[in-house]
Design a protein around this ligand. Structure first.
Ligand code: PLP
Ligand code: COI
Length: 339
């Protein structure tokens, strides 16, 4: 670990020493197992390969100034995984097993949790998928759950800097009553082509509109969206977006800071009224947006100079990070300390 250059660490895969696994078979989940392998051995007719029965989560562990390791809101991730399992008919993993697996994998790899000063964190990636064979379109009868970890830096290479995003109206990520509200692999496969087009054109992400009418803002490829207008925090409500735990936390923090919070349909034209806008998520934390180009409509909404986060984004970012790293009291009970 001494070889890691923290200041240049990006968000990417890195081998850790251990991962934790659990198998569902004969109608029940087995015991958690510790593994050092990076491989999965499964049937060629596994439902994950053909019919996309796969869901995942993302959460982080942080090392505080006091050396303690804090995991942020893992119960929320565990509950969301259960909802994902229901959404695509996978065996539901009990919350206690999810939490036990997260604690175990962090403890086993504690030497990989970056030092406080680095500003980096340990990314925790739980993944659950159908391993049982089917050729008819049916849910598998066997599943595997794995949690692996890696130290990470910022998701967008710029870090806490404002970057441009674009609206590409010729792509949808998820259908109105489809799987957008679940964290399933297929949503991300569906977003790759638009994401690549955006990156090639110099944007850090795509901002998706609602697939039905293209009138309202949904979310970004890997993160939720929010807008700031004076003392208001406004974020889309939609049946096709992922309920972000970071967004939920920011809504709590914004209220605590005396702001008004609105979660409702957000028409695209309302962008004209926002002083700051941003993306939020576990990987993205808060990633402020400098401008939004609606490319098919030839419109542009400018919020700040590239690189320059606004004051409200900065205040929210600092507050969230202070709780995550243990610089501020955990007054909402969001933190689990790994003993
Ligand atoms: N929206 C999408 C599509 C995501 O992939 C993520 C990342 O998990 C989020 C939003 C943010 O969710 P969270 O804050 O729970 O990480
Ligand atoms: C996360 O923020 O944890 C995510 O899962 C987003 C991702 C697609 C990297």
């Amino acid at each position: 670990m001494s070889k890691i250059d923290w200041s240049n660490l990006s968000f990417g895969y890195m081998k850790a020493d251990y991962n934790v696994r659990c198998i569902y078979k004969d109608g029940k989940w087995g015991d958690l197992e510790i593994s050092q392998s990076e491989q999965v051995n499964m049937h060629m007719a596994a439902t994950v390969l053909h019919y996309g029965q796969a869901g995942f989560e993302g959460l982080k562990a942080f090392r505080g100034k006091d050396g303690k390791i804090r995991v942020f809101r893992m119960d929320e991730n565990g509950k969301r995984l259960i909802s994902t399992c229901r959404g695509i008919m996978m065996a539901e993993l009990p919350l206690e097993k999810f939490e036990e697996a997260v604690k175990k994998v962090v403890k086993l790899n504690e030497h990989l949790v970056p030092p406080y000063e680095s500003g980096c964190s340990l990314y925790i990636r739980p993944v659950l998928f159908g391993t049982g064979p089917q050729v008819g379109v049916k849910p598998a009868e066997e599943y595997e759950f794995i949690v692996f970890v890696m130290p990470v830096g910022p998701y967008f290479k710029e870090g806490f800097k404002a970057t441009p995003v674009c609206i590409l109206r010729h792509y949808d990520r998820a259908a109105p009553f489809g799987t957008g509200r679940y964290k399933v692999g297929g949503n991300y496969a569906a977003s790759l082509i638009a994401g690549e087009e955006a990156h090639t054109k110099g944007y850090s992400a795509v901002l998706y509109l609602d697939a039905r009418e293209k009138k309202y803002i949904d979310e970004c490829g890997p993160a939720n969206f929010f807008g700031i207008r004076e003392k208001e925090y406004i974020t889309p409500e939609s049946e096709s977006i992922l309920p972000s735990i970071t967004n939920k936390s920011l809504m709590t923090l914004a209220k605590d800071m005396g702001m008004t919070v609105e979660q409702r349909r957000v028409p695209v034209e309302e962008l004209l009224t926002f002083s700051e806008v941003g993306m939020c998520g576990t990987a993205a934390v808060i990633s402020p947006i400098s401008k939004i180009d609606d490319l098919d409509e030839n419109k542009s909404y400018v919020f700040s100079e590239e690189g320059k986060p606004g004051p409200v984004c900065t205040a929210l970012y600092n507050k969230l990070r202070a709780i995550q790293y243990g610089d501020e009291a955990d007054k909402f009970n969001w933190i689990t300390i790994i003993e």
